[in-house]
Design a protein. Structure first.
Length: 701
């Protein structure tokens, strides 16, 4: 028996990007464990990834190319060869491209976060084809926009310094479920005397373990940050030296936040004025004492109409109190821009130059409307072909009924690259088996730590599965694309993923990285201790000329939700409950839902509802209910709990529709309306009504 240990990296959409050690015995992966030598993750894996071998060897893995034989959505297929699959796809895409290649659209996101299996060879293929380009907005673009306007880049406080913080604000996230290694360090800080405050409409697993939980109304995070700034300025809890040397627009900010008194802030946020005052005072006093105040701002706060502004307002706070001076201070939403990725070398946008005009751009968050849109002068050609990889839009995209309606079009040619027969795969015309992380090469950045990560292939591909890169190489050859770049191997792609001439990734060498497993970027532990922000002014910009030029308010502001009792009382008269759908602990977006052991732990779709709201509707613990608005409805079993504040219901997600009793999930009621900046979805900007279902109505839909 031959046993080897292979270095790998977790590919999933999580800030932790764990280092993995895969035990392989006679070609079979028998164990996936964390690497204890990796500084940020220290050998600990979440429940999901610790069972990654179970996912790779799952009995439902797609192992052969298949062609649809039933109606779209039925999920009925017959096996075909790779040659037939590639020839069929190339013929259909070629016919469409002769009319207009922009009638072809890729759809992908973070099913893998890898630089190679993500948008490298796929990007080359679609640029060369002249296809429409996808604006990838579904997760982080609103917060990223607000963050960049304020501090210049998605760069932030260092995860490895959190242990030394004395005050930690966990704002709009549940790291026990979605950022485990941050939470581990938070526990160390707590043992060292740190105080933990969770800011979240829902009392999550994380909020339950913090010293304080501030349960503000959904979509009001920007207002709370304004109220904090009011208190900091009015009570002179400020680092005047840092403000003078490293910020722009303080006097305009002072004038703007003067109106955001604790009383007004409390009214907007649905909390007490004392909570606003005490939060701001504690934040300012700990920072001015020279101790670390760390804000972990997560994506929950940005999934509302004013989500970009909310992220901007929160990003202003550390500069007011000089928190950036301390290695354990500042804010982290993402550190993605710390990595000098070479996107142009990977995806080769220059290949599109021969088409003579810029490619049309379609927002992935409005895919439902896009697939139902006729050809027009403004929109361009009707979408005739869709190639889906690294995503499951029928489950994850908003306003799900429209998404499914679009995918069900008989005149839409749909190709899906997948590991499993997801909700989206059921609509494919051609379904192609893709490799998992244990079966291919990749290289990874992270958005929670600053280590480049190598992934070596641990085992041979299962069945006839192929890496995304190989699938797009074959399609390129079948389409007659003769450029040398379509011959690049995965190792060659990984070798150019990061810029060798950038000091942050100096010495990047793919062959060496494969052996070691990771490389820390050459970046400071306190990125803005002496200013040096990546904004046009080089300062933290409380006032942004870029925002003004883009038609946005150049100062921090509050943008109310599209749908709330306060902002839309007419709608709230019919649908009085706010709804959010944060991640379930045992799922990651829609990944892992089909792993039986993890789904068994989650049980079934639930809706958490406050006792007061439940009693008003005659709903008791365990009742099946219908959650609905004008966009659609779904069913779930109620858990009556004060984890959800009054006026809020919470449906932990994202379930595959096929595993729900009524074939639906939370995105039946979400909207395709977009955020204030970043063109992102508003998943948590939703009003619904909830009613008890009679026993005979449980499967009525």
């Amino acid at each position: 028996m031959t046993t080897t240990i292979v270095r790998a990296a977790c590919p999933h959409d999580c800030p932790d990007t764990c280092a993995l050690l895969v035990t392989v015995k006679d070609g079979v992966a028998t164990e996936v464990r964390g690497d204890p030598a990796h500084p940020p993750t220290a050998g600990v894996l979440c429940t999901k990834v610790s069972r990654y071998a179970e996912r790779t060897y799952h009995p439902d893995r797609l192992l052969h190319p298949m062609r649809r034989v039933g109606k779209k959505g039925e999920g009925k297929f017959e096996r075909i060869s790779w040659d037939e699959a590639i020839a069929t796809i190339a013929q259909r895409l070629g016919q469409i491209a002769l009319r207009d290649p922009q009638a072809i659209l890729p759809y992908s996101y973070a099913g893998t976060m890898g630089q190679v299996q993500g948008e490298s060879m796929a990007g080359r293929f679609f640029h060369r084809l002249g296809a429409s380009q996808l604006e990838r907005t579904i997760c982080a673009s609103a917060g990223g926009a607000g963050y960049r306007y304020t501090i210049g880049a998605r760069v932030g406080a260092d995860l490895e310094q959190v242990d030394h913080a004395k005050l930690i604000l966990i704002w709009g996230g549940n790291p026990i479920a979605s950022n485990l290694h941050f939470w581990t360090r938070v526990q160390t800080a707590k043992r060292n005397g740190a105080r933990l405050i969770a800011i979240d409409p829902y009392r999550s697993l994380t909020a339950e373990k913090c010293h304080q939980h501030i349960a503000l109304l959904p979509g009001t995070d920007a207002a709370l940050a304004l109220g904090m700034m009011h208190v900091l300025i009015s009570e002179d809890l400020l680092d005047h030296d840092y403000i003078a040397r490293h910020t722009l627009g303080f006097e305009q900010l002072r004038e703007r936040v003067a109106e955001w008194t604790p009383a007004r802030t409390a009214e907007v946020c649905g909390i007490s004025a004392e909570e606003v005052l005490n939060l701001a005072r504690e934040y300012g006093r700990v920072a001015l004492a020279g101790e670390g105040v760390f804000i972990r701002a997560n994506y929950g706060l940005q999934r509302v109409r004013g989500g970009g502004m909310a992220a901007r307002n929160v990003a202003c706070l550390p500069a007011l109190v000089g928190a950036w001076r301390h290695p354990a201070g500042g804010v982290q939403m993402s550190v993605s821009d710390s990595f000098p990725k070479d996107a142009a070398a990977l995806s080769r946008p220059d290949l599109a130059a021969g088409h003579g005009k810029p490619a049309r751009v379609i927002n992935m968050s409005t895919i439902g409307d896009a697939l139902l849109h006729p050809a027009s002068a403004d929109f361009g050609p009707k979408v005739e072909a869709l190639i889906v990889y690294n995503s499951n839009p029928v489950a994850v995209a908003p306003e799900s009924a429209k998404v499914a309606q679009g995918f069900a079009r008989e005149d839409l040619f749909t190709v899906v690259l997948e590991h499993f027969q997801t909700d989206t795969a059921d609509y494919a015309d051609i379904l192609l088996p893709a490799t998992t992380q244990l079966e291919h090469i990749d290289v990874h950045a992270s958005y929670g730590h600053v280590y480049i990560m190598a992934n070596n292939a641990a085992i041979a591909p299962m069945g006839e599965a192929k890496p995304n890169t190989e699938i797009f190489r074959r399609l390129a050859a079948a389409m007659g694309f003769t450029e040398d770049c379509f011959q690049d191997s995965d190792d060659q792609l990984a070798a150019v993923a990061f810029k060798r001439d950038d000091p942050r990734s100096a010495g990047y060498d793919w062959e060496q990285l494969k052996q070691k497993g990771w490389q820390r970027l050459a970046v400071p532990v306190a990125p803005f201790a002496e200013g040096g922000f990546a904004t046009p002014s080089g300062k933290c910009e409380f006032y942004s000329e870029q925002m003004k030029a883009a038609g946005l308010d150049p100062l921090p502001a509050y943008i109310p939700p599209y749908e709330s009792v306060a902002s839309n009382p007419q709608l709230a008269a019919r649908y009085p409950l706010a709804m959010i759908s944060p991640p379930a602990r045992n799922f990651l977006n829609s990944s892992f839902v089909n792993v039986q052991s993890l789904r068994d732990t989650e049980g079934e779709p639930h809706l958490d509802m406050h006792p007061q709201d439940a009693a008003a509707r005659g709903i008791s613990q365990g009742d099946m209910v219908r959650i609905f608005n004008d966009r659609g409805s779904l069913q779930a079993r109620v858990r009556v709990t004060d984890k959800a504040r009054v006026g809020l219901v919470v449906g932990l997600s994202i379930w595959w529709k096929k595993f729900a009793a009524d074939g639906k999930n939370a995105n039946e009621v979400t909207s395709q309306r977009l955020t204030d900046m970043g063109h992102a979805p508003t998943f948590y900007d939703v009003l619904v009504q909830v009613e008890k279902l009679p026993a005979q109505g449980l499967l009525a839909g």
